[in-house]
Ligand binder design. Structure first.
Ligand code: SF4
Length: 741
């Protein structure tokens, strides 16, 4: 497959028409995309009350392939009862993630038990009964509650409330496997776990760092913003072991000049080794001190631990920095000098930073760099984790974490006049380990693909098989429904965001809360997430059959909580900064959450000052003669675990069973490009893998597609964020036979 020379462009325009055809025509797709609902894909944010394809700065059109792919997937036809006669779980296991996604929309509850040997349609009433019986059988701490970042704030708040009133804090969300390190790292720097800027601040930046990410594929609308930084004479410094096509050049379809002539994105592209970021970030900071380019006044007036950090930087030898980062001192100097010239710098990053056993330290080191030049706490400058799912931040904000913030805990108890459990809740990996050990018996997944997102895939499968019950709420099928099967597995079909009968809300990565109107139901069968949760809660916790008990006896009238407005009343009371959500469906006023954007150097830390951190540099792994450092990556044709296209347009890769490896390493390891190989990692191996010679990756490093490569990745997590180290996995690559061309 010929690799394109630029991202976006006419291929993206052509793709739009292809998707429109799939959706039943351009008019139908346009109508769906223009509906007042937040984009279903990434957290950059788009849509809502300003209308579909409009961002919070009011710019139109704001649309990308990812938003189209998610919309068209929801516009598929329904899966009928006959499907389950045709496909057993064994046959579902043979389907690829893309084929599972394209099987259609789930429309009726189904049940699987090993005895049944296949999924069997059941009624909603039967499904609810089975779940409630199991919940009443178990003790609350034998259960866990996992949330995807695609669900609404209302569904997230309601389900965490139900789980806690049921008696457990085993409540967590998909960010544990992606951006938790950003939340933990940022909180330790500024006292707040999210971006310190608004979208509008990007319009005033003259330097943007993009570290460990490929937003050209995963957050394409950000390319227009980066193009504008360059047009204003600003700089974009990209740091990534792999040269990503769209981060070098992008033709922004909504800009005629860029569409026709293309736009240069990266001013400087730096390729450290996988896992070399901390050393590189430390090197840039050290060079700033040597250049006396740091802002001493700001550091002394607004930051703690400057002298400790300064001493540490000066003591860290350049040899160690260069060896562990893989970046020459001259190039580190180049970055530092360009940064030293910047007036307004914004630091952005994604999972190339967070998917490490030292992910939190990576985020802190980015915080150090920004603070050293006073780039936090004023307009036009700051910190911007580029988050994944469209409401992953909202789900965290409304309380979907094992441990609630003290203020939220108190307010929740007071608002509902209840006492909440104080047991230590489990994070996502701890839930997998609890399932494997048998301590946990039931898992409840609101959206997402828990199995697919897990490292050590074989372990994850066995852990889920060890459960007595697994309940999934989804719109379409995924690998979790084939491989993540417990002794009793129930899949409940839910509505998509733009099919909700009532308004819901979502929060972007810029702390901006949108109101989604919902819309007409496309298919008979699926129910709203909020209705499903409230029904189960009422049956499990609500008024008992005992005739003498009335609705008022139950601490919460779960039936009333089927109204999203009712849930928002509670969110407004309980979650700091969310007061305006109370009547958002009346006022239609979307809002910036208070206390999250820092345009002044006042930080909600113990001392009110930002915190600097000194770090010992981790050893560079995978330096053995037969070793490579592997990173799992998303292709341009996927979003998280959801695969829409098997080919990866921007990398010129047509299939997913490949390892992207530098030609020098193919030679060094005595391999031949036409071979298939077995890749061995700490948790397992993958055979029949095709070598894909790839000049754009640093020698010594390699890449394979997530989630298929997760079978290789160990369960090692960052001790602070509990995020697995999906990057820097040490692998070996062994010959097999010659590939069948
Ligand atoms: S960049 Fe993200 S928010 Fe914007 S249209 Fe694409 S998927 Fe949606």
């Amino acid at each position: 497959m010929k690799k394109v020379r630029s991202g976006g462009g006419w291929p993206a325009v052509a793709y739009t028409f292809r998707k429109a055809q799939e959706a039943g025509g351009l008019r139908k797709l346009w109508k769906a995309m223009r509906s007042k609902n937040a984009c279903k894909t990434c957290a950059l944010g788009m849509g809502g009350q300003r209308g579909g394809m409009v961002n919070e700065s009011g710019h139109f059109p704001e649309v990308c392939k990812k938003s189209l792919q998610a919309m068209v997937a929801d516009m598929q036809g329904g899966i009928g009862p006959e499907f389950w006669k045709q496909y057993t779980p064994a046959e579902l296991k043979s389907l690829t993630p893309r084929e599972l996604e394209n099987c259609g929309r789930l429309t009726h509850p189904v049940l699987f038990t090993p005895e049944l040997k296949r999924f069997q349609p059941i009624s909603w009433d039967d499904a609810y009964k089975r779940i409630v019986i199991k919940l009443k059988e178990l003790s609350a701490d034998q259960t866990f509650w996992y949330f995807s970042g695609r669900s609404s704030n209302e569904a997230g708040f309601l389900l965490q409330l139900f789980a806690r009133l049921y008696g457990t804090n085993n409540v967590n969300n998909c960010s544990y496997y992606c951006h938790q390190a950003s939340g933990v790292g940022l909180t330790s720097v500024t006292g707040s776990g999210t971006a310190t800027i608004t979208l509008e601040d990007l319009d005033h930046a003259d330097l943007v760092f993009v570290i460990g990410g490929n937003p050209a594929s995963n957050h394409p609308r950000l390319m227009r913003t980066l193009m504008q930084v360059r047009r204003r004479g600003g700089q974009v410094i990209v740091i990534n072991p792999l040269v990503e096509t769209g981060m070098v050049r992008f033709n922004v379809p909504s800009d005629a000049r860029s569409l026709l002539l293309g736009s240069e994105i990266a001013s400087l592209y730096v390729q450290p080794h996988i896992g070399g970021d901390l050393a590189l970030l430390t090197g840039i900071a050290k060079r700033l001190v040597e250049l006396d380019a740091h802002d001493s006044a700001f550091l002394q007036s607004s930051c703690d631990h400057w002298w400790t950090l300064k001493a540490h930087l000066l003591a860290t030898p350049w040899e160690e920095i260069v060896e562990k980062s893989g970046v020459e001192a001259t190039q580190i100097n180049e970055i530092a000098e360009r940064y030293a010239q910047a007036k307004n710098a914004i630091f952005s990053w994604t999972m190339g930073i967070t998917h490490h056993a030292h992910g939190v330290q990576n985020v802190q080191a980015i915080g150090n760099l920004a603070l050293m030049r006073g780039m936090v706490g004023r307009p036009g400058a700051g910190l911007m984790p580029i988050r994944g799912h469209s409401n992953v931040q909202g789900i965290g904000s409304v309380g979907v974490t094992p441990k609630l913030k003290d203020a939220v805990f108190q307010r929740l108890q007071n608002h509902f006049n209840v006492s909440l459990p104080t047991t230590v809740g489990r994070d996502t990996m701890a839930c997998m380990e609890g399932s494997a050990s048998g301590d946990l018996k039931l898992g409840f997944c609101l959206g997402g693909n828990l199995y697919g997102s897990n490292p050590d895939a074989n372990y994850a499968q066995q852990a889920i098989e060890n459960l007595e019950m697994m309940v999934y709420l989804n719109t379409t099928l995924n690998t979790g429904h084939a491989f993540g099967l417990a002794k009793e597995t129930i899949i409940l079909p839910v509505l998509a965001r733009d099919e909700e009968p009532q308004p819901t809300t979502q929060e972007s990565m810029f702390n901006y809360v949108r109101l989604s109107d919902g819309g007409p139901q496309r298919l008979a069968g699926p129910k709203s997430e909020v209705e499903v949760i409230a029904t189960i809660a009422e049956r499990a916790l609500g008024p008992t059959e005992d005739a003498s008990a009335s609705a008022d006896d139950a601490p919460i009238n779960w039936k009333s909580m089927q109204q999203t407005g009712k849930i928002r009343e509670a969110i407004a009371e309980v979650i700091p900064g969310f007061q305006q959500i109370k009547d958002i469906d009346q006022s239609k006023q979307e809002f910036q959450i208070g206390g999250r954007t820092f345009h002044e150097p006042k930080f909600p830390t113990g001392s009110g000052r930002a915190q600097l951190h000194a770090h010992e540099l981790p050893a560079l792994r995978g330096q053995g003669a037969d070793q490579l450092r592997l990173m799992t990556i998303r292709s341009e044709g996927q979003f998280n675990t959801v695969v829409y296209e098997d080919y990866d347009l921007y990398r010129g890769v047509e299939r997913r069973d490949v390892i992207l490896i530098h030609p020098d390493d193919i030679k060094r390891l005595g391999l031949d490009p036409s071979m298939t190989v077995t890749v061995r990692g700490p948790a397992g191996s993958l055979g029949n893998v095709r070598l894909h010679a790839f000049e754009e990756i640093r020698p010594g490093n390699a890449a394979m597609y997530y989630p298929e490569a997760n079978v290789l990745v160990s369960r090692q997590v960052d001790p602070d964020s509990k995020t697995p180290a999906f990057k820097g996995v040490v692998v070996t690559v062994e010959r097999e036979q010659l590939a069948v061309v």
